[in-house]
Design a protein. Structure first.
Length: 299
């Protein structure tokens, strides 16, 4: 196996995050997290745009238990490209306590998709962030949609707020559940009723197949940890307006952060500031992700 050298400016995840003060309700799902390698077992792809530290399934599951999370949704990491082996291996090791979001190419076979479905994959991710991937033409993604439709999978999209207007026609053409990562990455230095965020809210308001991950205050903040005060109004607005279509997750192990590495316990303690009632918290953490990823299955 090849040897990998971690990027010189890479920030490692905290090995011993604090235990949160906020007690998560039973059945809580961390609906956005990743696994990286280990690289000597699951090599990173040559076309990757970053080389991370190892952050494997065992460490993820230890964090799950430390925080009081019940289940995970593991999103394929871009450093692994369309080789979903590490993610699928984690699903197999979770004993039904994890689901997956894959990255695939249009030439993926139906047998490959079926095997991933059996492992627990329930979605594909389309990434439009150029510093992470090379975005493709719309036809590329349409060919993938045609293949996953029979499986009933949904689509996860990751984009910058400034790109939404240009991508609007394609996004709204998708005839499936579409989950938006990280609230569409709003610029939280702008007003809550600013043009960019209002366009994002319009997308969710006018298209009831769209869901939102109210994740990554550590990526969006300008004011900084541990309370991420400038992110709170944006996340609270989304949760209160669309309580049945919101998800939460840690984004562990927090790839490509340059400003600071968050304490995962503090990210749990952030939840009551954005979901201010027990009813909203239960929808965000338990009801919604269970309905999306484990619908019709006993748990």
């Amino acid at each position: 196996m090849p040897k990998f050298t971690v990027d010189a400016d890479w920030l490692d995840f905290l090995p011993s995050p604090s235990r949160p003060n906020f007690t998560l309700p039973a059945g809580t799902v961390d609906a956005h997290c990743h696994v990286f390698g280990p690289g000597d077992q699951f090599p990173f792809v040559p076309e990757r745009k970053y080389t991370p530290c190892d952050a494997g399934k065992d460490t993820l599951f230890e964090l799950r238990d430390r925080l009081g999370v019940s289940r995970n949704v593991i999103v394929q990491a871009t450093c692994h490209g369309a080789d979903n082996s590490a993610m699928v291996d984690a699903l197999h090791s979770s004993h039904g306590r994890a689901r997956g979001v894959a990255t695939v190419r249009p030439d993926v076979s139906r047998a490959q998709l079926a095997a991933m479905h059996d492992a627990g994959v329930r979605a594909v991710r389309f990434n439009y962030v150029p510093r992470l991937v090379d975005p493709q033409p719309d036809e590329y993604y349409h060919r993938i949609v045609e293949k996953i439709t029979p499986l009933g999978w949904h689509i996860v999209i990751y984009f910058e707020a400034t790109d939404l207007a240009n991508r609007w026609k394609f996004f709204t053409s998708l005839d499936a559940v579409v989950v938006v990562d990280h609230m569409g990455r709003p610029d939280v230095s702008q007003p809550l009723d600013g043009e960019e965020f209002e366009l994002f809210l319009r997308l969710i308001r006018e298209h009831d197949n769209f869901w939102v991950k109210t994740t990554c205050p550590e990526r969006l903040t300008r004011s900084g940890p541990p309370t991420y005060d400038d992110v709170v109004p944006f996340a609270r607005r989304v949760i209160e307006e669309f309580p049945d279509r919101v998800l939460w997750g840690t984004d562990w192990p927090h790839p490509n952060l340059k400003f600071h590495m968050p304490d995962d316990g503090a990210l749990v303690d952030f939840i009551p500031f954005i979901a201010t009632t027990e009813a909203l918290q239960y929808k965000l953490l338990v009801d919604n992700p269970t309905r999306l990823y484990w619908e019709g299955e006993k748990w």
